[in-house]
Design a protein around this ligand. Structure first.
Ligand code: URA
Length: 233
């Protein structure tokens, strides 16, 4: 149950104070009857109209950054009963979904949201923000192989955009890979192309959004600053 003026404001029609004015003027009806009393409350299922038009609460937009553990699939539900990334998010009522994909055996930074507009923009092929991965590999790549990444290589019959391959540790052999596209299993395939292998793979950043010290399986809401950044790239 919620006061009518608060409900009207939550629909993005106007402020609460202005809503009181509209109620007094007889511009608001609940379930077909004009309501002019200020104390009126509405609950779920009530049909509220303003100037004859049905009004509905605006959905709160949520933006979550998850450190995805291995073993979870990047989807909302699964008909084969596998664990999904959405299972890890508790206490969020909005219908969130993952933005883009990480393989089941990849861990790291994954954004979940109910903002379809943002998700569409971030996953569009023309969207070429840096995506940064760290991989434990079989062996340290050679300088030639590093150049091969920079020049672009053919995977699945199509050339990749220039990518960056950096050695971050020799023992154990670890690399950082930066790509601008989001092709299916791209980092794994690029490493296979140089006869190497990602023994484990973790995404650490998308543009300026960093995983930081967030533990595997934990999540946090993006800051307003981060959300703004994502909307503008
Ligand atoms: N590249 C891959 O190979 N796997 C991922 O999950 C993401 C990028």
């Amino acid at each position: 149950m919620e006061r009518l003026q608060k409900y009207i404001a939550s629909c993005g029609v106007c402020s609460r104070r202005k809503a009181e004015e509209y109620i007094q003027k007889g511009l608001v009806s609940v379930n077909g009857s004009v309501v002019t009393e200020m104390g009126t409350k509405v609950s779920e299922g009530d049909v509220v109209r303003f100037r004859g038009e049905v009004i509905l609460p605006e959905e709160r937009k949520v933006y979550i950054l998850l450190n995805k553990p291995e073993g979870y699939i990047t989807s909302v539900t699964d008909d084969r009963g596998r664990k999904t990334v959405v299972d890890l998010i508790k206490g969020v009522d909005e219908r969130i979904f993952p933005v883009g994909r990480l393989d089941c055996n990849t861990s790291g930074l994954l954004i979940l949201t109910n903002d379809g507009e943002l998700a569409k923009r971030l996953t569009h092929p023309s969207h070429n923000v840096d995506k940064v991965y760290e991989a434990l590999v079989r062996r340290t790549p050679t300088p030639d192989e590093i150049r091969y990444f920079e020049n672009g290589m053919y995977i699945d019959g199509r050339k990749t955009a220039p990518a960056r391959l950096e050695v971050i540790s020799e023992d154990p052999p670890k690399v950082r890979v930066t790509i601008h596209e989001g092709r299916n299993r791209q980092v794994r395939k690029m490493l296979e192309e140089i006869d190497n292998k990602a023994v484990s793979l973790k995404r650490t950043a998308i543009g300026k959004i960093n995983l930081g010290s967030l533990k595997k399986g934990r999540y946090r809401h993006l800051s307003p600053h981060e959300t703004e950044y994502l909307k503008n790239i």
